[in-house]
Design a binder for this molecule. Sequence first.
Ligand code: 2P0
Length: 362
Amino acid sequence: MYENSRLIIDSSNIPDAGSITWRSPSNIAIVKYWGKYGIQLPRNPSLSLTLTASCTDTQLEYTLKEGNLDGKIDLDFFFHEEENEPFKIKIVAFLESLLPVYPFLKQLKLTIRSGNSFPHSAGIASSASAMSALALCLCSLEDTLFGTLKESAVFDQKASYLARLGSGSACRSIFPYAAAWGETSQWKGSSNEFAIPMENHLHDTFKDLHDDILIVSRAEKTVSSRAGHALMEGNPFAAPRYEQARARFSTLLDAMRVGDLEVFGKIAEDEALTLHALMMSSNPSFTLLRPASLSIIEKVRQYRADTGNQVYFTLDAGPNVHLLYPGDIVHEVRAFIEEQLEEHCEDGFVLQDWVGEGPEEI
Ligand code: 2P0
């Protein structure tokens, strides 16, 4: 939808060398995206909270290529200051796929330096923060070269679109506090191509949520998200699942508008378990949950029953457990984590995060 052969550098707009840097966070889905078609087009709408501490900083340096314009992407890539060939190959493929949108990329020599705020081996997905940070850099570059993305809503939509092409869930990281992605009759302007901001439809309760991530395992996943999505195509529960996600999306929107933490928490937990049930019912089946994940879940349920404190769990496509709770009980919940949950975490590792304002150019 953004193909544009006019975005090309000619004698009238030769750029000076320059550099752009964005910090972009990860996000945690409450209604999950699991199942896709085409190039990261979702089978159902999803809704996420934008995190803060788990983020990627990406710097994009550019200068005009000299001499041989061979039509190829010319990229040097550094991850945490070191050259990283596997990441570089992925990014070159991504940038090549963007040439119909950004033909000028083949006219530039690019250097990308990227790094995550969390340890590389933390067992946390970084594709959402990494691909959104890169997409934001590319949109800033477009605007620097052509002045075509001055309006922030236009800029954000294109950044979300580009991020999605890199990794589906990344399209939701562009927006502050919360974002929705996927076409739904519930929401005018919703799209499978990009996410939309939900900040203005959010009760203040949800702007002050914590998300402490209990790192059960730092090991690399045995089945990638890409493979997991693909297995939904043969899953006998796929069709009812997509219906269920639509219904939960609608209920969640209402709960988030009025500040109903209990309904929110029930959907968050049901979605987490549904996601993993879908993995277990794929063919071949797979399990990413670990015994420690289940121990944590049981203790969270017991703690909630004992104290009445509104602490809810959710899961990503991995064994680590996210604890969602409002800011006014942070001290009690941190004590609970320390006393009862850290023992289930690899080296007692807990990553403290919270809902926040989204990406920033730095
Ligand atoms: C989500 N996840 O909504 C779901 C729930 C993980 C669990 O989207 O193939 O890395 O790049 O589109 O976005 C993780 O999958 O997959 C994911 P691709 P992605 O956040």
